[in-house]
Design a protein around this ligand. Structure first.
Ligand SMILES: [Fe+2]
Length: 253
């Protein structure tokens, strides 16, 4: 067989080369359009399967909407409340075991970037002759904070039962949602389980209010505590099932 191309072969091949070149150019054009798309990846579209990502602060943030806080009680509690002390200690020990110091806006540690949705927002007021404190956390409730369509029902129902939450959450029976590594197949329900206040009472650091939320409670969660007399400063805490224990700066009363 001759290795030399004769004129007839060149004529036959020319349209094929031309078509290949044109298709290649079209492919490069389309690829160029995709690379320059400022919108970034589109989750769950095209032929690429949905790729789960850890929640971001923006995913979790729920702006305050003016809804009244849950009222933890019109009268001050009789202190100490041993179930509160035990629960707070449990959360603080779990935080130390998993992450280290309690997260704050100034020192968010491994949760940097999640300050807006996790730092407790604390305000004080007077009502009915008592000093009171409201804690609000601008955070989702009962979700995973990921793509809602991909995760809402499936992941939630597999880990915690919403109806059981309401019964169990306020029982102080114990923490049932230790933060795991983020795994699309086993994410716990993502919500704020607990808010509490610490203050010095009779020279001792004491839990002066604690509230357990259900995952079905509205977002953003908030609660109003009535303070015992004589308290001059409080520190608010909250526990997120995925992002641990956060506290606010001390608030003078
Ligand atoms: Fe969270």
């Amino acid at each position: 067989m001759s290795t030399r191309l004769n004129r007839r072969d060149v004529v036959r091949a020319f349209p094929i080369v031309l078509m290949g070149s044109a298709l290649g150019g079209l492919g490069r054009f389309l690829a160029g359009c995709s690379e320059e798309d400022p919108g970034g990846p589109i989750r769950g579209s095209g032929t690429t399967p949905y790729a789960p990502v850890p929640p971001t602060d923006q995913d979790e943030y729920v702006a305050p909407n003016g809804a009244p806080p849950t009222n933890a009680g019109d009268a001050p509690p009789t202190l100490p409340v041993q179930t509160w002390e035990a629960r707070a200690r449990q959360l603080e020990e779990e935080q130390a075991r998993l992450y280290g110091p309690v997260f704050t806006r100034a020192a968010p540690g491994s949760m940097a970037g999640k300050e807006n949705s996790h730092e407790p927002q604390v305000t004080k007021l007077e009502e009915g002759g008592y000093k009171k404190v409201v804690i609000l956390v601008a955070h989702v409730m009962g979700k995973n904070g990921l793509d809602a369509g991909a995760y809402d029902a499936g992941a939630d129902s597999g880990v915690r039962d919403a109806s059981a939450d309401a019964d169990a959450a306020r029982s102080d029976a114990g923490m049932d949602a230790a933060p795991p590594a983020v795994d699309a197949g086993s994410l716990p329900v993502h919500y704020i389980t607990t808010m509490y206040l610490r203050a010095m009472v009779g020279g001792k650091d004491t839990v002066v209010g604690l509230w357990e939320f259900a995952s079905t409670d509205p977002a953003p969660p908030s609660v109003k505590f009535t303070l015992p007399p004589g308290i001059t400063e409080v520190v608010a805490y909250e526990w997120c099932t995925l992002h641990g224990l956060w506290k606010a700066n001390p608030l003078a009363i």
